[in-house]
Design a protein around this ligand. Structure first.
Ligand SMILES: C[S@@+](CC[C@H](N)C(=O)[O-])C[C@H]1O[C@@H](n2cnc3c(N)ncnc32)[C@H](O)[C@@H]1O
Length: 237
């Protein structure tokens, strides 16, 4: 599939967060993340691209917080002792997840609100790294450009793991019934794939390219990776 990105509503963004169908779909999402190897891909990008362990990480569209928890577990003990700000417009992070962060040596702080509101206001602390997983594909190019511009102003490093747009990921999304995912999750996975990325689509939207090292490439079979580092702050491989 080389057709243009198509951004469609996803059920998980529309259903009330305590609706049983949404609860089941978030459970499916944890399984889909594992199946796509997203935590492993993100951890590998962080290990190889970030020059120094960050003290404060901001995750955009963090959902229930369990994606970065898995990443934190993979990064410990080399990376620990810092704070992860979990930004999402839904209030989904439970106490058990916050306690589990504590066990990795990280402290997690939920920030509930819309990304377009919260990124306009000061976050109250310097940010070393901004990350996003299965989040950027929700947005049209103009919105994406705004988010990336804000991220570039906030921190010297940005890493995203998103769905890859293509026939193989789309086929895999349709086959998610084989691992027990609901109709809602299958719909959202296929919609995410059609809105996903390929080539250098995110690099093209990154601001101020002269001062940044930017790289964009496929990750595994289903993922699309984007890394941007301020030239002085990162190792690019
Ligand atoms: C597909 S989920 C991914 C969640 C998490 N990154 C993960 O991998 O488990 C996308 C998340 O983005 C959040 N989201 C979508 N639009 C948003 C916005 N405008 N501001 C803040 N969060 C948003 C949704 O609430 C949802 O939790």
């Amino acid at each position: 599939m080389t057709s243009a990105r198509r951004i469609e509503p996803e059920y998980l963004d529309i259903l009330a967060q305590d609706e049983p169908r949404a609860i089941r779909s978030r459970r499916d999402l944890r399984r889909i993340n594992a199946w796509m190897l997203q935590p492993r891909i993100m951890a590998r990008l962080l290990q190889t691209r970030a020059a120094t362990p960050p003290r404060t990480i901001l995750e955009l569209g963090s959902g229930d917080g369990t994606f970065m928890l898995r990443v934190a577990r993979r990064m410990a003990p080399a990376w620990s002792g810092g704070t992860i700000l979990l930004l999402d417009r839904q209030d989904l992070v439970d106490d058990a997840t916050l306690d589990a962060y504590g066990a990795t040596g990280w402290s997690a702080q939920p920030r509930v609100g819309d990304v377009f509101e919260l990124l306009r206001r000061p976050l109250g602390r310097p940010i070393d790294l901004v990350v996003a997983n299965l989040f950027l594909h929700h947005f049209e190019p103009a919105q994406l450009a705004w988010i990336l511009q804000r991220a570039a102003r906030l921190a010297p490093q940005f890493v995203a793991t998103e769905p890859r747009r293509g026939q193989v990921p789309l086929l895999a999304a349709r086959m998610l019934w084989t691992i027990g995912c609901s109709r809602i999750s299958r719909h959202d996975a296929a919609a995410s794939t059609r809105a996903g990325f390929r080539g250098a689509e995110l690099s093209a939207l990154w601001p101020d390219r002269e001062d940044w090292a930017v790289s964009e490439h496929p990750g595994g079979l289903f993922s699309h990776c984007f890394v941007a580092c301020r030239q002085s702050r990162c190792q690019v491989s």
